[in-house]
Design a binder for this molecule. Sequence first.
Ligand SMILES: [Zn+2]
Length: 139
Amino acid sequence: MPPDQFSPVERSRVMRAVRSGDTSPELAVRRLVHALGYRFRLHRRDLPGQPDLVFPRLGKAIQVHGCFWHRHACEAGQSTPASRMEYWEAKFTRNVERDRHNLRKLRRLGWSVLVVWECQTRAAKREALRARLLRFLEA
Ligand SMILES: [Zn+2]
């Protein structure tokens, strides 16, 4: 069901769930990283944007973004619900600005950050993602 068909209460519940993580793209990344032998912390609240996976000793973090909410350049990230477009546009703009701001802050604090998009976690792209995660973590 597209998000614009939720009632306001449902919508805010869904958005909260999306924001607080444990989304399946994030789980896919966690599983891959775990299988590569790396251990990590989740959603460290003391870091800008509470990165999804944090590797304190490596100084690295991985942020997993939903394409729709965080406006990826892919098809899912470019679609906007047909109703209440201004509401959505404003929301998306805020999300993108917040992401950019948090990323910049994290990097200024010395963290290396990898952003993984939801569409890159699909089964068909899992192998490419695994290789990319390994490159990032080994670097
Ligand atoms: Zn995408």
